[in-house]
Design a binder for this molecule. Structure first.
Ligand SMILES: [Zn+2]
Length: 360
C-alpha cells in the first residue's frame, strides 16, 4: 500500500475523513485516505520522494461554537478528548475561531457563560504541555453588534479586546516558530461602521504580514491560519440554495465569506515562495484547493452545522496536520464520533422563480 494513503493504526475507517474539494467531500467520507500536500510535484507543495522527517503534528479545531444547549459542551469535550487520546497526539493546537456560539450579537451574561464553558473544556481536556493558539472569528468579537448585544462600545472588554484579554494577546494576530516551521495566525475580521465586518486585513495588519514574511528566511516553510478562508472553492456551495438563486445567477462570494484581499495576500505569498499551507474555518465546510504552490484548506467545523449534524456533506471534525522537515505536510480531517442531538434547521422556502439570465 502506498505509504501516503495508509490508515493510521489508531484511527478507524469510519472516523477518518480525507480532505478534498467540497464537491467531492461526500465521495470521500469514510475513506481511509490521508490528504497529502502534493499532487504533481512540479506545481504543488508537500511532495517528497523519501527521506523526509516529520517534525510536528498539530491540530486545527475550528468553529467550535460551544454553548450549554444541544450537548455542545459534551461535543467540544469529546473532540478535544479524542485529540488528546490519539496514540500520536498533537503537540500544538491552533483553533480557527468562533469559539463560543456567539458573543458578537449576544448580551454579556450569556456570552460569559459560553466563554467560561470554552475555557473549562480546554482546561479539563488539554494538558499544559500542549501549546494552544487561537485565531479570532467573527463570533468572538464581543458585543460588536451593539443593538443586539446591548453593549455601548465603551466597555473595557468590548470587541476584540475580550478575545485578546482571554488569552493574553497584545494583538488578535501574531506569529511564532516551532519545529523549523513559521506559523502566522491572522485576524480575518476587519471591523466596519454600522457594527459590521468583512473578511480582510486592515492596512496595519497587511503591513505587519509583509514585514513578518520578509523577516522569515526563505528556507523556512510557513503555515498560515485565518478564520475566514483566504481562498476557498466551498464558497460556491456555501450559501443556502434559495438565497443563491434569489440573489443572482452569477457566482458571487459575499465579503463576509472569504478574504476580499485574496489577490494581494496571494501576491505576497508568491513573492516569498515559502508559504505552504493556509488553514481556515468559518464556512463549516471541508475543501482544499491549491494555487501557485500554496494549498488552502477550509477545515470543516468541530460543531458541524452548529451542533445540528453535518453541514451539507461535512460532518463534525477537526484538522490534523503533520509537518515535515522538507516543507511538506499531510492533512487529515478527523471525525470524533459525534452524533448530533440537534435537528437540522428547516430549509428556507424556495424562491418563486430564478432570475432571468442577463442579455450578453
Ligand atoms: Zn465565522
Amino acid at each position: 500500500m502506498n505509504a501516503d494513503l495508509r490508515t493510521p493504526p489508531h484511527l478507524s475507517r469510519r472516523s477518518l475523513i480525507a480532505g478534498g474539494l467540497a464537491a467531492s467531500t461526500a465521495a470521500l467520507l469514510g475513506s481511509a485516505a490521508t490528504a497529502r500536500g502534493t499532487q504533481p510535484p512540479a506545481v504543488l507543495p508537500g511532495g517528497s520522494a523519501g527521506g523526509r522527517k516529520r517534525v510536528l503534528r498539530f491540530a486545527h479545531p475550528t468553529d467550535i461554537h460551544v454553548q450549554p444547549e444541544l450537548k455542545a459542551t459534551e461535543g467540544m469535550t469529546a473532540c478535544f478528548a479524542h485529540m488528546m487520546s490519539l496514540a500520536d497526539r498533537p503537540e500544538l493546537i491552533i483553533t480557527g475561531g468562533d469559539l463560543p456560539m456567539d458573543s458578537r450579537a449576544t448580551p454579556e451574561p450569556r456570552s460569559r457563560i459560553e466563554w467560561d464553558l470554552f475555557k473549562k473544556v480546554l482546561a479539563d481536556t488539554v494538558p499544559a504541555a500542549v501549546r494552544i493558539e487561537h485565531a479570532c472569528g467573527n463570533h468572538d468579537i464581543f458585543g460588536q453588534n451593539r443593538k443586539a448585544s446591548g453593549l455601548t462600545g465603551s466597555e473595557s472588554f468590548f470587541g476584540k479586546k475580550w478575545f485578546m484579554d482571554a488569552f493574553g494577546y497584545k494583538a488578535p494576530y501574531r506569529s511564532f516558530d516551532r519545529a523549523g516551521w513559521h506559523f502566522i495566525v491572522l485576524d480575518s475580521m476587519e471591523l466596519l461602521p454600522e457594527d459590521d465586518y468583512r473578511a480582510r486585513l486592515d492596512p496595519e495588519q497587511m503591513a505587519w504580514l509583509k514585514a513578518d514574511l520578509a523577516a522569515t528566511p526563505a528556507s523556512t516553510p510557513v503555515v498560515v491560519v485565518s478564520h475566514a478562508p483566504i481562498m476557498s472553492v466551498a464558497n460556491f456551495l456555501d450559501k443556502a440554495d434559495t438565497i443563491w438563486q434569489k440573489t443572482s445567477i452569477d457566482l458571487v462570494i459575499e465579503d463576509r465569506r472569504m478574504h476580499t484581499d485574496c489577490r494581494e495576500i496571494e501576491a505576497i505569498f508568491r513573492k516569498h515562495g515559502n508559504v505552504k499551507l493556509c488553514l481556515s474555518g468559518h464556512l463549516h465546510l471541508l475543501d482544499r484547493c491549491t494555487y501557485n504552490g500554496v494549498t488552502y484548506i477550509c477545515d470543516g467545523a468541530v460543531s458541524g452545522a452548529k451542533w445540528r449534524g453535518s453541514k451539507r456533506q461535512t460532518p463534525e471534525g477537526y484538522g490534523l496536520i503533520d509537518l515535515y522537515s522538507d516543507g511538506s505536510f499531510e492533512h487529515t480531517y478527523q471525525g470524533f464520533g459525534w452524533v448530533a442531538v440537534g435537528k437540522p434547521l428547516a430549509p428556507a422556502a424556495a424562491p418563486a422563480a430564478a432570475p432571468a439570465a442577463p442579455a450578453r
